[in-house]
Design a protein around this ligand. Structure first.
Ligand code: GLA
Length: 638
């Protein structure tokens, strides 16, 4: 099967003559799939129950004639202005009690009955209209789910969710420690989402609300998915996850519900940092997909960096795309096909830039389309078969723990779970060690090592799992502020890190967040955090300037558990991994990824580099003799 290649296509911004040119250009670029209609609700249903499908019929017909498949969107991420006017109660209310107005996108309350009803209506109408359309290849529900709402509808749904989770108020009061600050609830009606309040909110309430928001949005997704599955049982249904710091959903849970995991990836760094972040995102996606193929649904031909938007350097579009394909993406998709002339994202880069097709970017897009034609899609394989890429090292990933560490009132505002996970991944990547991500309760026995990045919250079950992993011979490397709290998140008493004390063979008496950097002999600069660590079976590997243990190592059963009680810079963290037996022989910036049936090599550096690959490059048909050009890449069958 061919790889998918294309992007979001929003033709309603353009006149019909442009559509014909679009399809001709897509064919020139080798586009095979476009996502259509993500934000088209107001053009498809201009007033309640009245549909104007004619334009979409013509677009889909044109695409079908051009041999281009359609990932047809359910446009619920942008309800029409008439809807918001008719149902002001379905507009988002922020934590501060401000009811947002129409004028952007994503302004809805996922718990509002009118929104749920309108969502199902447009989903049903689209599925009935296009169920047999020859261009239909996939359904794309919504866009980047991630709008929490704090209104009364959300409050009612939150209470229902809490009743299910806790059964009774006694259990809730206990879990939320409402005995403190006089928060005891004697009636469900007293409970609200964590709205603006005088001082610190209750952390258990804040965390449960984030769990609820994820589940509530998932229920909305599942409603549309079930309607679509009923109409077109063979057509996969997906939604695109947003990555980076905006983690509004529990990706492990969601990935069990989608037919295909799909991510949007917009690195926040440039150059080598972008390559590192791209590998991180793609490894996450593959892990969420359970090791099976998945899809890069959106990326950009340029960098969208908050205050600046700039083009990617020559070759980066292809290298980033191949990083994803190497890690099991079924294709490379972009946002968006043609850069808008007006509207909120008029400066967002496109596959066809403002300059038009006579441009470096479009030439690179055509060259990439040509290259991807020659690389078959990754093998799907059975659900219980081998993963598309084997990894020896797992990094623990858990959104609940991340949300908890984003909660109020922690001992340092600088503890950053994402940064810790990224550091663990980056340090492995630079040495050429393949990594994946795992939930703390997953079976970890297949991994040579498991890295635990500042995982504040760990359940009893996960702690038992980690203990069994080490006892069974595994290598565990735990970073500071892991295993401190239970799932509510209440501190585990008797010495930190309560859940991991026995595994690590230590007892931490005090936390000492750092205002200034300190130096550890051999391990270099340490920042953010330090601890008063007592040994209880472990040995000291590195000491603080005052002499106390900073890095420790504990043999338990057949395995070893390492503890890093401060934030080390990358070289120091790499040194810990080397002590733990994790040192790769890769060249920094040269990426080699092995799939079951081929090997990808990508040179992100500006120099020619040796690579341990021989054979014939699928893309150029030329022999690969163990060297890669500056910025070059090859795909060689095994
Ligand atoms: C996201 C959205 C797109 C677009 C891009 C811009 O990924 O899904 O609609 O806004 O960001 O970066």
């Amino acid at each position: 099967m061919r790889l998918w290649y294309g992007g979001d296509y929003n033709p309603e911004q353009w006149s019909e003559e442009v559509w014909a040119e679009d399809v001709a250009l897509m064919r020139r670029a080798g586009v095979t799939l476009v996502t259509v209609g993500v934000f088209s609700w107001s053009r498809l249903e201009p007033s309640e129950g009245r549909y104007t499908f004619g334009w979409l019929d013509r677009v889909l017909d044109l695409l079908a004639d051009g041999g281009i498949g359609v990932d047809l969107a359910v446009p619920t991420a942008s309800p029409p202005p008439w809807f918001s006017l008719a149902h002001p109660d379905a507009l988002t209310v922020t934590r501060d009690g401000v009811r947002l107005t129409h004028g952007s996108r994503d302004t809805y309350c996922v718990s509002a009955p009118a929104y749920r009803e309108a969502s199902s209506r447009i989903t049903r109408a689209l599925s009935e209209r296009y169920r047999d359309h020859p261009a239909l290849a996939m359904w794309h529900v919504h866009n980047e789910y991630g709008t929490p709402c704090h209104c009364d509808h959300a409050a009612a749904a939150f209470r229902a969710w809490l009743r299910k989770r806790y059964g009774g108020l006694d259990a809730l009061n206990d879990a939320w420690t409402t005995a403190f600050w006089g928060q005891h609830y004697s009636d469900w009606a007293q409970i609200t989402p964590p709205r603006a309040t005088q001082y610190l909110p209750n952390p258990a309430q804040a965390l449960d609300f984030r769990r609820f928001v994820s589940d509530e949005m998932l229920a909305h997704f599942a409603e549309q998915r079930d309607l679509l599955r009923e109409a077109t049982p063979g057509v996969p249904v997906t939604t695109n996850y947003v990555l980076a710091g905006w983690a509004c959903v529990d990706h492990w849970k969601w990935s069990r519900e989608v037919d295909l995991v799909a991510i949007d990836d917009y690195p926040s760094g440039q150059g080598m940092a972008a390559a590192e972040q791209t590998a991180f995102a793609a490894d996450l996606a593959r892990s969420w997909a359970g090791g099976r193929p998945w899809l890069l649904m959106e990326q950009a031909t340029g960098y969208v960096l908050g205050p600046r938007t700039s083009p990617k350097e020559p070759g980066e579009i292809a290298r980033h795309s191949l990083q994803h394909v190497a890690r099991g993406s079924k294709g490379a998709m972009f946002f968006q096909w043609r850069a808008s002339r007006g509207g909120a994202e008029q400066w967002h880069p496109g596959m066809v830039p403002h300059t038009g097709p006579d441009s470096r970017v479009f030439r690179e897009i055509c060259a990439l389309g040509e290259a991807l034609k020659r690389v078959p899609a990754p093998l799907d394989g059975p659900l219980d078969g081998p993963p598309v890429v084997e990894a020896e090292v797992a990094i623990l990933w858990d959104e609940e723990a991340w949300w908890a560490v984003q909660g109020p009132g922690l001992p340092s505002a600088e503890i950053d779970y994402l940064a810790a996970a990224e550091q663990a991944h980056r340090v492995l990547w630079r040495q050429g060690l393949a990594a994946c991500f795992a939930h703390p309760s997953h079976d970890l026995s297949a991994y040579r090592a498991v890295l635990v990045p500042s995982l504040y919250l760990i359940s009893d079950e996960a702690a038992r799992n980690l203990a069994a992993y080490v006892e069974g011979g595994g290598t565990l490397v735990v970073s500071f502020f892991s295993g401190i709290a239970d799932e509510h998140p209440r501190i585990r008493l008797g010495g930190y890190p309560g859940a991991l004390r026995e595994i690590l063979g230590i007892r931490v008496e005090e936390f000492r967040p750092l205002a200034d950097a300190i130096e550890l002999p051999e391990f270099g600069r340490a920042t953010v955090w330090s601890e008063v660590v007592h040994l209880d079976g472990a040995e000291t590997v590195a000491r603080y300037p005052g002499g106390g243990p900073a890095v420790t190592c504990h043999r338990l059963g057949g395995g070893t558990a390492w503890y890093v009680s401060t934030r080390l810079d990358d070289p120091g963290y790499a040194r810990v991994l080397a002590h733990a037996g994790l040192a790769g022989s890769g060249t920094p910036g040269v990426e080699v990824v092995r799939q079951r049936d081929r090997i990808f090599a990508i040179n992100h550096t500006e120099d020619e580099q040796p690579v341990p690959v021989d054979g014939t490059d699928l893309i150029t048909g030329k022999p690969v003799d163990g060297r890669l050009d500056p910025g070059g890449y090859v795909v060689v069958p095994l």
